[in-house]
Design a protein around this ligand. Structure first.
Ligand code: SAM
Length: 383
């Protein structure tokens, strides 16, 4: 059950919607067509002529509301909104939507039109996410907003496999027909069964040699990076993950990508430490521990245990600590953001340029199936 909203729009010659009486004429054409398409509904009309030209059509018991707006500049929009209960037939089939669009386009002599299939709201399973987060810092020192680059992504999710709230985040595993099980943290897609390319690009498979190396993973709770790295025979890997519940969920529902590495917390080859990576990095620095590789596989907006006001400050803290843990020829490898998020990537690179001692970086990119976009990855070394 969900609220369904079907959106139509038509571009008309602006000359034909300039005056109130012209807009009334357009409204009449639309009304006739709506009466025909929705002949099973007893439509009651309320028509209002505002400056922008507007009329609304209401279903008698107000379960279905169809609003139509006619703008002076030649834009006509029709929104059909109704509640679809489980097991009921949709109000409009694909054929009906397509036919209504074509007929109105012809009758209104429109040179372009479009309809969007139903947007579903209020359902138990949320099938929409937004494309990569572009982070900006606003004037208040405490306020960080994660602004999306405003593209809606619709997934073919059919099952909510798991849902829990840990002390740190909302954890969901959803099943997508094409991507397999997906890990979603605080409404953001993290990794799916389809995403080996994410892990392989992050680790530079075939480019980096991990044999006999000492590695530290920051975050990485889905276990995929640890699983893939262990195949390359490193000397030892330590993983610092804050959220025990993420690992439990992934161990159960994402083992196609993490194998059985999350079953045990400690073996000869690796150790998983549950805690805030910043705290453990400080401890490692104090102990003089050094690594050949440090991986940043944290959530896009990492969970800050410390009262560091700005998200970018926190990310910079992670960079600074990582470089204190690296051997002189060591590498810091991390994911950045969607390649379309230019401002965010610029800010990310600005933080790298602020580091002392100076660092240099290269990038690689890959289209990550479950992100439905191209993602940028960084390889950072001492300059
Ligand atoms: C699931 S991994 C993978 C990241 C990913 N592929 C993405 O899309 O961002 C991210 C992990 O970072 C962990 N994390 C976030 N902040 C952390 C912190 N301060 N210390 C340790 N782990 C942290 C989260 O709990 C999460 O499990």
């Amino acid at each position: 059950m969900a609220l369904q909203t079907i959106l139509f729009d038509f571009t008309l010659d602006a000359e034909k919607t300039a005056t109130s009486s012209q807009r009334q004429d357009v409204a009449r054409v639309v009304r006739n067509e709506l009466e025909h398409v929705f002949s099973q509904l007893e439509l009651a009309y309320s028509m209002e002529s505002l400056d922008g030209g507007y009329f609304a059509v209401l279903h008698e018991n107000k379960e279905t509301i169809i609003t139509c707006r006619i703008f002076q500049k030649g834009l006509l929009t029709i929104n059909v909104e109704y509640y679809l209960a489980d097991g009921k037939e949709p109000l409009m089939s694909f054929d009906t939507m397509r036919t209504m669009e074509l007929i109105l386009r012809q009758k209104l002599d429109s040179d372009r039109s479009k309809y969007l299939p139903p947007i579903k709201r209020g359902g138990y399973i949320d099938i929409y996410m937004t494309s990569s987060a572009c982070m900006y810092t606003f004037s208040s020192p405490k306020v960080i907003a994660s602004m999306q680059n405003e593209r809606i992504i619709e997934y073919d999710i059919d099952t909510l496999v798991y849902e829990a709230r840990s002390p740190f985040q909302k954890i969901q595993i959803m099943h997508s027909k094409t991507l397999g099980n997906m890990l979603i943290l605080d409404e953001l897609q993290n990794i799916a069964e389809s995403d080996l390319i994410y892990t392989e690009t992050l680790m530079g498979r075939g480019i980096e040699n991990y044999e006999g190396k000492e590695i530290c993973i920051l975050g990485g709770g889905d276990g995929a990076l640890l699983y893939e790295l262990l195949k390359e025979k490193p000397k030892h890997v330590v993983m610092l993950e804050i959220d025990e519940l993420v690992m439990q969920a992934c161990n159960k529902y994402l083992n196609t990508i993490c194998g059985d590495v999350l079953e045990k917390r400690k073996t000869e080859q690796y150790e998983i430490i549950v805690g805030d990576c910043v705290e453990y990095m400080k401890k490692f620095i104090a102990d003089g521990r050094k690594f050949d590789y440090v991986f940043g596989d944290l959530t896009d907006i990492p969970i800050s245990g410390a009262p560091i006001g700005e998200c970018w400050d926190f990310i910079r803290t992670i960079f600074e600590h990582s470089f204190k843990l690296l051997k002189p020829d060591g590498k810091f490898l991390t994911h950045g953001n969607g390649t379309s998020c230019l401002e965010s990537l610029q800010l990310f690179e600005d933080q790298l340029r602020l580091l002392k001692p100076k660092v240099k970086f290269t990038t690689s990119k890959a289209f990550v199936p479950s992100f439905m976009e191209e993602w940028l990855f960084y390889q950072v070394t001492f300059a």
